[in-house]
Structure formats: structure tokens, C-alpha cells
Design a protein around this ligand. Structure first.
Ligand SMILES: Cc1ncc(COP(=O)(O)O)c(C=O)c1O
Length: 463
């Protein structure tokens, strides 16, 4: 395997210079890099990656919830290369090719219930955008043209294209681009650590019913929810939540979209998050772990009922992307699913989820750790100023804590994870699904001293 040339100490990095001059980083305060280096990751193997200087990191975030099978799988890369030689590209606009056909059939067989129709995209935002348009056109075709609104949850992230952004419930991501696509409505999320005043966990699904009633059921097309909500820090659903949401959607002829861009392909120990929580969505959106990100690919998986009107006469889903269902992406996805299936990867998550959770729970003796939550290999620690009162950090303190200390220090000590304050400050870990106790111990070896130091810096003392 070719390795990138590693830089001698003190040597000027050409990659640094070029990145600083030309590369536009996503969601990044690029001004900061006038004085700091950009982390340049050059190689990965298993649960670890290396930077251009040869420093090794535990990838505790699976490269943004993507690399489920771990890094450096030559067999998966080879599947892409073989496909490129056979048929590098053809489109799914009016044409089909074997990789897309065979992958659609395999995905349909793994998906719950009658979710049998697969519309491929290049990634997650495209999948969400497509699902929202599908919901709108479905209702038009079935005689309900005013059903256009989408109900999502506060602080949820559903992607960045303007339609998906209308579902995303994070003010900071929306404000620079207002006005957004109309019709995005938000209800409380399932943050069980901080329930809205007067609410019980059982009320959270009812908030969706109330919002549909408030908007007018004949104006609402869909509800979009992640099985476990990422933004805000791995909010799991209370018991019975999704079953009640299903009833509510059925009562109002509203489609239930399960946004599983993160929560599918083993992340929660099942193929799909909907299987872990035993509910039946009308549509699943997915991406990331579908290929373990060895190539870009996303998908909308729709129920037979939803697809049916589009199969009649001249009806057409008036939507597509040139690269949706790219043959290389599909071939890579097949190889990725082979690994997940043949190497017991989902079983590994089920076996070791308790070990990951125990390790995180063991950090509760550090006074800044307020809550530990999540499911599968998708877990978060919420950081608080005062554990007894659950008082959180204000904006300035959160800035100092996360960007002034935690993000840099965790990375410097060799752990890639996420320090995030789109809701209250959290640290998220979401390692490759091949990880086990050894990697969790490595994670703890960084988390513990860094969180202890964070508590000291922020003057958080035991209650
Ligand atoms: C739940 C969810 N939906 C949609 C998206 C958007 O996916 P992408 O970044 O591939 O466009 C993400 C990305 O993290 C996500 O987590």
C-alpha cells in the first residue's frame, strides 16, 4: 500500500500551504487556521488513522459516523476498482445497471416490512431532500395536494440542502440562509435529561399529534425523525415513542420518514434503527455506513404503498441526481455489506455495546459529566457546570470549554471524537463497529484526563 511521505520536524508542509490557500473546509472557522495547522489525515487502518506527521489517532467518530467496517479494507477498495474497469459509470435516469439493481434488491431484503423500493442518491442530504419531495408528490398523486409541511424535532440535523435544511432544527445552521423552504415545523426532541417543563416522556409523541392538529392535518406531508437523534447528543426515544408516532401518522395520513443516515448499517446493532426500536416507517433515508464511506452513496428506501402511485400510467417521480446509484458506489456497498454480514460486525456491536457504555458510565465520577446516553456504538456524554441542578454552560463558557480546550486537547492526545454544542455541550463517540474493549480502554485513557482537566479549568467541583 502506498503511504504518504511523512514530514520531518520543522519542515514546511506543502499540504498545509496548499490546504490553507485553496481548500474550502466544510462547517469550519477557516480564520482559525491562520495561526493553527489544519489536521491532515493521510491514512487509515482498522480503528486508527494517521496524520501527515505520522501521529496516530483512534477514530472514535468513524470519520463522521461513516466508516462502520473500519479503515483500510483493501477488498472493499478492490470491489470499487473492479467495477470501474467493468462499467465506470452509467446513470439511473431511465437506465439501470447491475450494481444498482442488485444492491436495491439486497437493501430491500434487509429493510423492515414492505420497504422494497430503493431510490439511490449520492449522500444523506440528497436522500432527505428526495424523501421530502417524494412525500409531497405522493400526496399530490393521491389527491391531497396541500399536504406539504414536514414536522421534525428541535436541534435535529437532517442535512444542508435547502429542503433538508427546513427539517433541520438548528437555528445557527438555518439563519444564514433564511428564508428556507416553507413548511418546516419543529416539536420537542427526546432529550430525556432535559424534558420541557411539565412534560413526561410519554407526552413527547403527543407533541407531534398536537402539532399536526395545530398545522391542520391536510397540510402535513410527513414527520421526519432519527431513531436516535444525533445533534444534541444521542437522544434515545422513550419506550413506546415510535409506536405512538406510527399511530399518529396513520390517523392523519402523514408519512413517517426514519432518517437513518447515521443509525443504519449496524450503528445501533441492527441493520436499521427502526428494527432496534421495532417500528415501521414509510420511508428510510440512509447514506454513510451503506458503503462505510469507501465511496459516496445514499438511498431512500420507500414502502410499496408509497411507490405504488408512481408505478401507474405516465406518473413519474420528477427528481433525480446524475450520480445517484453510481456503479462504483453500489459495488463498494455490496462489498461493505459482505463484510458486515460475513464478519459478524452487527453481532460485535451487540456484544460490546455494554462495554462501551460501562466505560462511559465509569466517567461519571468526574464532576463535569452530567449525563451518559445513546445506543449501540453511538453514545454521548453531556457536560454540565453543576450536576445537582443540571446547570449548563453559557455560550461564552461553552466556547471556552469546547473550542478553547476539549476539541484540541482530545485530538492532541490521539482521540478523534466530537465535542459539540449545537444543543448543550456534549462529547460524542461513535467508533467503527469493529471496535471492542481494547479501543474503549484507549478511549478512556484520553477522555478521563482531559475531562478531569476540563472540570478543573471550568471550576466544576463535586456537588
Ligand atoms: C440524520 C442525518 N441526516 C442527514 C444528514 C446529511 O447527510 P450528508 O452530510 O451525507 O449530506 C446527516 C449527516 O450527518 C445526518 O446525520
Amino acid at each position: 500500500m502506498a503511504t504518504a511521505r511523512q514530514q520531518a520536524p520543522g519542515e514546511q508542509s506543502t499540504l498545509q500551504d496548499l490546504a490553507k490557500r485553496h481548500l474550502w473546509l466544510h462547517f469550519t472557522r477557516m480564520g482559525v487556521y491562520a495561526e493553527h495547522d489544519i489536521p491532515v489525515i493521510v491514512r487509515g487502518e482498522g480503528c486508527h488513522v494517521w496524520d501527515e506527521r505520522g501521529n496516530r489517532y483512534l477514530d472514535g467518530l468513524s470519520a463522521l459516523f461513516c466508516v462502520n467496517i473500519g479503515h483500510g479494507r483493501a477488498d472493499v477498495a478492490q470491489a470499487g476498482a473492479d467495477q470501474a474497469r467493468e462499467l465506470g459509470f452509467f446513470t439511473n435516469w431511465s437506465y439501470a445497471h447491475p450494481p444498482a439493481i442488485e444492491l436495491a434488491a439486497r437493501v430491500a431484503a434487509l429493510a423492515p416490512g414492505d420497504l422494497n423500493r430503493v431510490f439511490f442518491t449520492s449522500g444523506g442530504s440528497e436522500a432527505v431532500e428526495s424523501a421530502l419531495k417524494l412525500a409531497r408528490q405522493y400526496h399530490k398523486l393521491t389527491g391531497h395536494p396541500n399536504k406539504t409541511k414536514v414536522i421534525a424535532r428541535e436541534i435535529a440535523y437532517h442535512g444542508t440542502s435547502l429542503g433538508a435544511l427546513a427539517a433541520t432544527g438548528i437555528t445557527g445552521l438555518r439563519a444564514p440562509f433564511e428564508p428556507l423552504m416553507p413548511g418546516g415545523c419543529h416539536v420537542p426532541n427526546t432529550n430525556l435529561y432535559r424534558l420541557p417543563p411539565g412534560m413526561e416522556p410519554g407526552d413527547l409523541a403527543e407533541a407531534i399529534d398536537e402539532r399536526i392538529e395545530f398545522e391542520g392535518p391536510d397540510t402535513v406531508a410527513a414527520v421526519i425523525l432519527e431513531p436516535v437523534q444525533n445533534a444534541g447528543g444521542c437522544f434515545t426515544p422513550p419506550d413506546g415513542y415510535f409506536q405512538r408516532v406510527r399511530e399518529i401518522c396513520d390517523a392523519h395520513d402523514v408519512l413517517l420518514i426514519s432518517d437513518e443516515v447515521i443509525c443504519s448499517w449496524g450503528r445501533l446493532g441492527e441493520w436499521f434503527g427502526a428494527q432496534r426500536y421495532d417500528y415501521r416507517p414509510d420511508v428510510i433515508t440512509t447514506a454513510k455506513g451503506l458503503t462505510s464511506a469507501y465511496a459516496p452513496l445514499g438511498a431512500v428506501i420507500a414502502s410499496d404503498r408509497l411507490a405504488e402511485p408512481f408505478l401507474e400510467g405516465t406518473n413519474t417521480f420528477m427528481h433525480g441526481f446524475t450520480f445517484g446509484g453510481h456503479p462504483i458506489g453500489c459495488a463498494v456497498a455490496q462489498a461493505n455489506l459482505d463484510v458486515l454480514e460475513n464478519e459478524g460486525v452487527l453481532e460485535n456491536v451487540r456484544a460490546h455495546e455494554p462495554d462501551l457504555r460501562d466505560m462511559l458510565e465509569s466517567l461519571r465520577d468526574i464532576p463535569i459529566v452530567g449525563d451518559v446516553r445513546g445506543a449501540g456504538y453511538f453514545q454521548a456524554l453531556e457536560l454540565v457546570k453543576d450536576r445537582a441542578t443540571k446547570e449548563s454552560f453559557d455560550d461564552r463558557e461553552s466556547e471556552e470549554l469546547l473550542r478553547g480546550f476539549l476539541s484540541g486537547e482530545l485530538f492532541r492526545r490521539g482521540l478523534i471524537c466530537r465535542a459539540d454544542d449545537r444543543g448543550d455541550p456534549v462529547i460524542q463517540v461513535s467508533p467503527p463497529l469493529i471496535a471492542g474493549p481494547e479501543e474503549f480502554a484507549e478511549m478512556e485513557g484520553v477522555l478521563r484526563p482531559v475531562l478531569e482537566e476540563a472540570a478543573r479549568r471550568m471550576h466544576v467541583t463535586p456537588a
